[in-house]
Design a protein around this ligand. Structure first.
Ligand SMILES: [Zn+2]
Length: 182
């Protein structure tokens, strides 16, 4: 199934919650201007796949509240801090938001709640929210799991990027178990 590239829309969440249908799409990373600022160039079309689902929930007491579940994942170009080469880092977001009427309530309830509390606005900028979340989900120290090229250390010695002589943790465990049967 192919999904057309689209930007997360600015929308009124109330009718969206009423329809109970998720809003979803795929957006090239470059369309998130703040996210892609200063990022290295990578070949290929890097995409963020996102999905937002709004629903009304009625608490035991009080007014029904609007909740929003936002999920996004994609590959964002980063510079590996070990080998200094650009690579596509996997980034994922999965978060719930609850909406309240005004800033004062949001500030007060955000501290007490597990979910994030936001102010319900008639024109809600889903793209800005997804971009904020992606920015927060970026790795603090981006690094390849295994660098594709040997790393040059400060001493000028070439170190193998993926050493094969490293003892395997499970091998060590197996050896340990062998010594202590039962
Ligand atoms: Zn690397």
């Amino acid at each position: 199934m192919t999904v057309e590239h689209s930007l997360p829309p600015v929308l009124d969440l109330r009718p969206v919650a009423h329809r109970a249908e998720p809003v979803k799409g795929q957006t090239p990373v470059g369309r998130f201007v703040r996210l892609s600022e200063g990022l290295p160039e990578l070949s290929g079309d890097l995409l963020v796949t996102w999905r937002a689902h709004a629903e009304w929930r009625a608490p035991l007491a009080g007014e029904p509240a609007l909740w929003l579940h936002v999920q996004a994942h994609g590959a964002v170009p980063q510079i590996c801090q070990r080998c200094l080469h650009p690579f596509a880092a996997e980034v994922a977001v999965d978060r719930w938001f609850r909406f309240v009427a005004d800033e004062a309530t949001a500030a007060q309830e955000d501290d007490e709640s597990e979910e994030d509390v936001l102010v319900l606005e008639p024109r809600f900028d889903l793209q800005a929210l997804i971009e904020d979340e992606l920015l927060m989900a970026l790795p603090l120290v981006p690094m390849h799991e295994v660098c594709p090229t040997p790393v040059k250390t400060t001493a000028g010695v070439l170190e193998e990027a993926a050493p094969d002589d490293k003892p395997h943790p499970f091998a060590a465990l197996a050896a340990l178990k062998k010594g202590h049967p039962g």
